[in-house]
Design a protein around this ligand. Sequence first.
Ligand code: ATP
Length: 270
Amino acid sequence: MLLEVKDIRVHYGKIEALKGISVEVNEGEIVTLIGANGAGKTTTLKTISGLRGLSSGSITFDGKDISKMPGHKRVIAGLGQAPEGRGVFPGMTVHDNLLMGAYTRSGDFTADLAEVYELFPRLAERRTQMGGTMSGGEQQMLAIGRALMAKPKVLLLDEPSMGLAPLLVQQIFEIIEEINRRGTTVLLVEQNAQQALKLAHRAYVLETGKVVKSAPADELLNDPAVQAAYLGGGAEHDLEAEAAQAVPPSAPASPAPAPQERRDVTEERS
Ligand SMILES: Nc1ncnc2c1ncn2[C@@H]1O[C@H](COP(=O)(O)OP(=O)(O)OP(=O)(O)O)[C@@H](O)[C@H]1O
């Protein structure tokens, strides 16, 4: 296993944002974390990249415990991140933004630069333009390209589709797939659960700081409760409560609608 997040708890002051999250990422995979606003997706990613400290639990990457390793050393170790909000340097050119991505590296990275420009022809066209004047989608490309310049083993992506028009979302997801095909493992946080589940191999569903489901992505795409809660299929479901209800063998029949009924609702609305 390349990355193992084990039972991490993370606090913002007295608020416990992550209540014992465990996530595993194998080499070569695209794994996605989905969930509603405030579920803890971004906090999980920030804790993996070292921007937040953890109260308990551990993070192991490439065989080493990195729980206490500072963020910049995690980049050197092979964890690259394109953060939420992109974090492009506005007063630097596209080209210089990309070079900043290779800041932690030594040696020749001309080939990697050429590969980023090949993946993102738009960046090549605009290499002398200031980062801050690029469109939202272009800045997203730049943030991913910059993260790739560190030659990460795992690319951490926080909501790459945020605020982008559907066509651009499609493009960004195709590029992420291509990056994965070329050998980079991807951990993707997404609000756009539909697209993320289509792209990913495996997925975790987060609710209020906990993992409430984990499964192959195609299984979750066809899961009526996930469809209803996250794929535009109707009223929000409390997956945690449903899981708890399903546990006691002697429990009375659940008042929740049967999966088949939920599927009907999903189909009617789609
Ligand atoms: N800097 C902060 N200070 C205090 N609380 C925070 C801070 N950042 C996040 N939180 C809280 O931690 C919880 C998890 O937030 P997080 O941003 O990780 O969720 P998320 O699943 O990424 O949501 P979104 O999709 O809206 O970005 C939320 O309750 C949020 O209010």
